[in-house]
Write a protein of this length. Structure first.
Length: 247
């Protein structure tokens, strides 16, 4: 059966203030910018296993992201997971496809992304969806990605989701009560809370001493993890912060 793994998460980032700050801290710009409709300008920082962070800026006030986005990708056919959700009470999901070259042709079914979106979820502070990346051509696989950030940060350790009881019950339906639907259970940490939100992204480096040469941030203990704490400058406490730990 297909399983899920953390794919990426995005934060609003007007004029890419957060992104530029992270680049100065020794993170490497992935090297390209994606522009979605209504001039949503997206920049990326990528880690091992093709997991990444996305930073979205727009000049239109009505399109400024009011909540962060969170995507899990399927290691296998996404429609297998979708069909399973269709039989589950309390989950309302939709399946859609989008071509990689959607700007030129989004009518024909061509290689692209498959998505599962969710309706009537019991939380408002996270936009959640699932993604499947189709190979551009038959038999073609994406090249392995190797992190080479100057600060030595190389991979995602975990994301922290603060969840109330209703939200936790919903995630249990999606992933299973013991997270058996996740390929890497430890990468998703649920923290009991009265308010549901995606509060923290935890990244890891081999040497905190090396990272500190680039990352001028305080060492803090957060939710039992100790590392360099990087505050999201958005001013919206729905948006996630970053903690860099040594591991």
């Amino acid at each position: 059966m297909a399983k899920l793994i953390f794919d990426h998460c995005y934060t609003k980032d007007i004029k890419h203030k957060f992104f530029k700050r992270l680049i100065k801290m020794g993170f490497k710009d992935l090297g390209f910018t994606t522009i979605h409709p209504k001039e949503n300008i997206c920049k990326f920082i990528k880690f091992d296993d093709h997991q990444y962070l996305e930073f979205i800026s727009t000049k239109y006030e009505e399109d400024i992201k009011k909540r962060p986005g969170l995507s899990f990708k399927s290691r296998g056919k996404l429609n297998v997971i979708f069909k399973k959700y269709q039989s589950k009470r309390g989950i309302e999901a939709t399946y859609r496809h989008r071509n990689y070259n959607w700007k030129e042709n989004n009518k024909d079914i061509l290689p692209g992304w498959n998505f599962v979106d969710f309706k009537h979820v019991p939380f408002r502070n996270i936009l959640l969806w699932l993604t499947e990346y189709e190979p551009p051509k038959k038999g073609l696989k994406r090249l392995p990605f190797k992190s080479d950030h100057p600060n030595g940060v190389y991979a995602l350790e975990a994301i922290i989701l603060d969840v109330n009881e209703r939200s936790k019950a919903y995630f249990d339906k999606l992933f299973g009560p013991k997270k058996e639907g996740l390929l890497r259970k430890s990468q998703v940490v649920f923290r009991p809370s009265s308010r549901t939100r995606h509060s923290l992204v935890i990244l890891k480096c081999k040497s905190l001493k090396k990272a500190q040469k680039f990352i001028k941030a305080p060492v803090k203990e957060v939710y039992g993890y100790t590392g360099l704490f990087i505050k999201n400058p958005s001013g919206n406490d729905r948006m996630w912060d970053i903690l860099v730990i040594e591991k």
